[in-house]
Design a protein around this ligand. Structure first.
Ligand code: AMP
Ligand code: ZN
Ligand code: FE
Ligand code: FE
Length: 286
């Protein structure tokens, strides 16, 4: 079984429609794929309808959160939420709040760029986001298409990196509250790429311990942003805390170079994850 538990469609900052994503997953011989767009469930229906016989879709989302280290430093983190009830009102309201904040924040980034004569237009960014959750990758693409950067990566490196002159923070959920909210909606919360150091500061071990106490189900360990030492240390923590271990590509279409299926989740870990879902949403079969 080939299982990839973290991918993005153009319902957020991936470049493939949900149905195309399923076709790409089928071509890569994946048996199970999770759709985890940022702060939205908008792609679930289309992805489910596009499933081929024998394939399984795990509906999910990647929630923007913030955690505090013991030193008090705020760290942006991502929480993968699987198989939660999309109609559960509290979590649905939080997702809507996050998307709204992203929209205003992206507008302010474009204003700041324009003030320095880096002329991407808000219309262009909105067109690229096509009604989905707006993220910095959409601004990055607009910068590329307008000749201000060579690639999405280059646009991040020049302009959009965390803490840079054009970085505007967005609203994030408190990570511990988010873990509880996902459980309350029947879902299974997994800490996405906890040691993705390339993107900025990462959390201390005690944050993982606290989140496990709040109901965290697992750690996404096999991810291309994790080096071998971090993977070993995270595996030891997962064993100690009784957490599920997942692996994934975090596929974003042509917004990133990582191919779908780049890292995978072991079948027994996947089964353990599905067994923890308590709501009305189950994996969808093709
Ligand atoms: P946002 O959600 O708007 O804060 O943007 C963060 C997203 O941008 C992440 O989910 C990544 O997919 C993507 N990203 C972050 N850093 C880079 C980078 N250096 N190159 C390309 N994509 C990146
Ligand atoms: Zn993304
Ligand atoms: Fe992420
Ligand atoms: Fe992601």
């Amino acid at each position: 079984m080939r299982i990839d538990l973290h991918t993005h469609s153009d319902a957020s900052d991936g470049t493939c429609a949900p149905s195309e994503l399923i076709a790409i997953a089928a071509a890569a011989d994946l048996d199970v794929i999770a759709l985890t767009d940022h702060d939205t469930t908008a792609g679930w229906a289309e992805a489910g309808a596009a499933l081929r016989p024998g394939m399984t879709l795990v509906p999910g989302a990647e929630l923007s959160c913030v955690a505090r280290n013991a030193s008090g430093r705020r760290t942006s983190i991502h929480l993968l939420a699987y198989l939660f009830d999309p109609a559960e009102p509290r979590l649905a309201a939080e997702r809507a709040r996050l998307r709204d904040s992203r929209l205003h924040r992206a507008e302010r980034i474009v204003e700041r760029l324009a003030a320095d004569r880096i002329g991407v237009t808000w219309e262009h960014v909105r067109l690229l986001a096509a009604g989905g959750t707006v993220g910095r990758p959409h601004i990055a693409r607009a910068l590329v298409e307008s000749g201000f950067a060579e690639s999405v990566d280059d646009a991040f490196g020049r302009y959009l990196y965390d803490g840079g002159p054009y970085h505007v923070p967005k609203l994030d959920l408190d990570a511990e509250a988010a873990v509880r909210a996902v459980r309350a909606a029947g879902g299974v919360p997994v800490f996405a790429h906890p040691r993705a150091r390339r993107r900025g500061p990462v959390v201390d071990d005690d944050v993982i311990v606290t989140l496990a106490g709040a109901g965290l189900a697992g750690l996404e360990i096999d991810h291309l942003d994790h080096g071998p030492d971090d993977r070993l240390q995270l595996r030891a923590m997962a064993a100690e805390l009784g957490l599920i271990v997942t692996g994934s590509s975090d596929f974003h279409g042509s917004n990133k170079t990582t191919p779908i299926g780049a890292c995978l989740t072991a079948p027994e870990e996947y089964e353990a994850l599905v067994a923890q879902a308590t709501g009305p949403v189950k994996p969808l079969q093709g």
